[in-house]
Structures are given as C-alpha cells and as structure tokens.
Design a protein around this ligand. Structure first.
Ligand code: DAT
Ligand code: MG
Length: 154
C-alpha cells in the first residue's frame, strides 16, 4: 500500500473537552505524518458542503448547527501515510459511539452519536473532496519527509 492522505476534523465537542492533544498524539504515534492543520469556526456553507451527502437526513440541521455554533472551533487536519483513510476510520471507531470498539477515539471519549468528537474521510474519493474543500488554497498542504520516515514506511 502506498502513501495516501485523509481529512480528519476534531469537532467542537472534542476541542472544548481538551481532546485535541490526545487525538493528534494517536495519529503521530501510529506513524502518520501531519501535512495540514488549522483551527476555525466553519461557515454554514462550508459545513453544509462538507456534509452535503446527508442533507436530506432529519439530523442534518442539528449537525450543521453543532459544527458551526462557534462555542468552540473545529480542528481540521490532513494526515498522510500507509492506508491512512481506512486506518483513520478504524482508530476513530463506529459512527455511534455506543457501537465503537474499545480503545477507539469515539469509544474512549463519547456516548452520543450527535456528539461523537471527530470526523474522518470514509473513502479515497471523499478524502480528496474534503481535503480540497477545507484546504483548497495553494500551499496549504506541506510536502515534507520526517527524518524517521524510512523506519515507519519500510
Ligand atoms: P461518520 O461521521 O462516522 O462518517 P456519517 O458520515 O454517517 O458518519 O454521519 C456524519 C455525522 O452525522 C456523524 O458523525 C454524526 C452525525 N449523525 C449520523 N447519523 C446520525 C443520527 N442517526 N443521529 C444524529 N446524528 C447522526
Ligand atoms: Mg461520514
């Protein structure tokens, strides 16, 4: 498997609850490479585009309100490495934290589907789309190689 990129976002509940460091640490320690990060309160338009697939669902408005409330920002990131799209989803755990496997981020920190801490892209196509949506300006993604990269990527 070659290197790929995924979009990971810590939602406002995760930021408020002080989970940013632990979540970043999990991806770092696993061996993934941080290529972009920013903290922001997303506009309604950005949140609606990000969750466009869910626009007909009954929870859509509440979901957009939660992400955009401004009570806390989100932390948007791009992580790179082997199988990171699928592995990121595994590290995050099931959408409903009550179904998430022990040790996953959602299992460890949450019990409500509507406050499940974190987002991760679910496929190569959505990863590309979401990275473009959140980090679309030129130069927002760093192209770099950690000094220990060969120890991780063998
Ligand atoms: P995931 O975030 O695991 O990719 P998803 O893309 O199906 O899950 O849904 C996006 C978010 O919408 C999810 O993280 C939480 C919220 N959501 C999904 N289903 C929900 C439901 N039945 N009730 C309330 N919120 C829901
Ligand atoms: Mg999803």
């Amino acid at each position: 498997t070659s290197s790929e990129r995924t979009f990971i976002m810590i939602k406002p509940d995760g930021v408020t609850r002080g989970l940013v460091g632990d979540i970043i640490s999990r991806f770092e320690k696993r061996g993934y490479k941080l290529v972009a990060i920013k903290s922001l309160v997303p506009s309604r338009q950005l949140a609606e585009q990000h969750y466009a697939d869910l626009s007909t669902r009954p929870f859509f408005k509440g979901l957009v309100n939660y992400i955009t409330s401004g009570k806390a920002p989100v932390v948007a990131m791009v992580w790179e490495g082997k199988d990171v799209i699928r592995q990121g989803r595994i590290m995050i755990g099931a959408t409903n934290p009550l179904d998430a496997a022990p040790g996953t981020i959602r299992n460890t920190y949450s019990i409500s589907i509507g406050r499940n801490i974190i987002h991760g892209s679910d496929s190569f196509d959505t990863a590309e789309q979401e990275i473009g949506l959140w980090f679309g300006k030129p130069g927002e993604l760093a192209s770099w190689e950690p000094a220990n990269w060969n120890w991780i990527m063998a």
